[in-house]
Write a protein that binds this ligand. Structure first.
Ligand code: MN
Ligand code: MN
Length: 303
């Protein structure tokens, strides 16, 4: 575990006097938390624009701008049971990082807590997915199919995440939304049809409701939700490592999250890259986390 977060419990009289690296609404101790936020500052396999290792704290800083009450859901985040453990200490070896993520998310999930992981690059998702029950449906928002068998000699490269998830979950369980960047080898692979890739064009022409209904036809009772921020259009989310034009809208991403939130058992936001951001991407990442927790906790019917 990282050294940040929750340690101020040792010095309660001082805790309000110091800045902190946890999201503003994370006021629950770990033992009582339902949502456990943590960062994975790793971007070791990123191929184009590095820097997602700096995202966790940037997203936390953006989160400071948000109200602790979410009017749309009638939820007070200060009583939503959120803990922030800070950032994992990670080295440069991707397989070690993924193993560490597997270990910590396993600990959280076995105690019934929902991990909310702040990447870092997309490879970190594989560690969390190794813990989820086999009947779990996985929803990914991503511009890229991430479906390479390996990339630059590494099967845990961030370009291989969906392929690794397929090996864990099997055919018919994975829905990737916003696809618009696919290599010929990926597209022609025998595995391609085992994942349902909704292209960004299809979402635009048929509407996000069509994707939601198709996923619902699987009657998913448990969902793992992974947001690669580059799935959203670069006009709304420019701060990413590998941007692709013509993405899905932020509002469509929100609709997917809010529709499925109550069944989500693990959640991550990855690939946000602060140095290329104008402030909007970190803000959107923070808000999507609020949309997730707010709609999952909401007792009122959603808009
Ligand atoms: Mn990805
Ligand atoms: Mn991507």
């Amino acid at each position: 575990m990282g050294n940040n977060g929750c340690q101020e419990d040792n010095v309660p009289e001082l805790k309000d006097l110091f800045s902190h690296r946890k999201i503003a609404d994370a006021v629950s101790p770990y033992t009582e938390a339902r949502y456990v936020v943590f960062g994975v500052p790793f971007d070791g396999t990123s191929s184009f624009r590095r820097g997602s290792r700096l995202a966790p704290d940037t997203i936390r800083l953006a989160y400071d701008n948000l109200e602790s009450f979410e009017f749309s859901y009638g939820v007070d985040f200060l009583s939503a049971g959120i803990c922030d453990l800070g950032n994992l200490q990670v080295g440069e070896d991707v397989s070690e990082v993924v193993d560490t993520v597997e270990s910590v998310t396993g600990t959280m999930m076995r105690s019934g807590k929902v991990p909310v992981m702040l990447g870092g690059e997309h490879s970190v998702t594989v560690g969390a997915v190794r813990n989820i029950p086999k009947d779990t449906v996985m929803i990914i928002i991503d511009a890229h199919s991430d479906f390479r068998e390996e990339y630059i000699g590494n099967r845990l490269n961030h370009a291989c995440v969906t392929r690794r998830a397929l090996e864990i979950l099997g055919a018919g369980k994975i829905f990737s939304i916003g696809t618009r960047s696919v290599s010929m080898e990926e597209y022609r692979s025998e595995e391609w049809s085992k994942v349902r890739f909704f292209t960004a064009n299809e979402v635009r022409s048929k509407g996000i409701e069509s994707a939601i209904q198709e996923i619902e036809s699987k009657n998913p009772s448990r969902i793992y939700f992974s947001i690669d921020m580059d799935g959203i259009d670069p006009s709304e989310a420019p701060g990413v490592g590998t941007p692709e034009p013509y993405g899905i809208s932020a509002v469509d991403a929100r609709s997917l999250i809010t529709h499925f939130a109550k069944r989500i058992i693990g959640f991550d936001v990855v690939e946000m890259t602060p140095v290329y951001d104008n402030g909007n991407t970190s803000m959107l990442a923070a808000k999507l986390i609020q949309d997730f927790i707010g709609s999952r906790e909401s007792m009122q019917s959603l808009f």
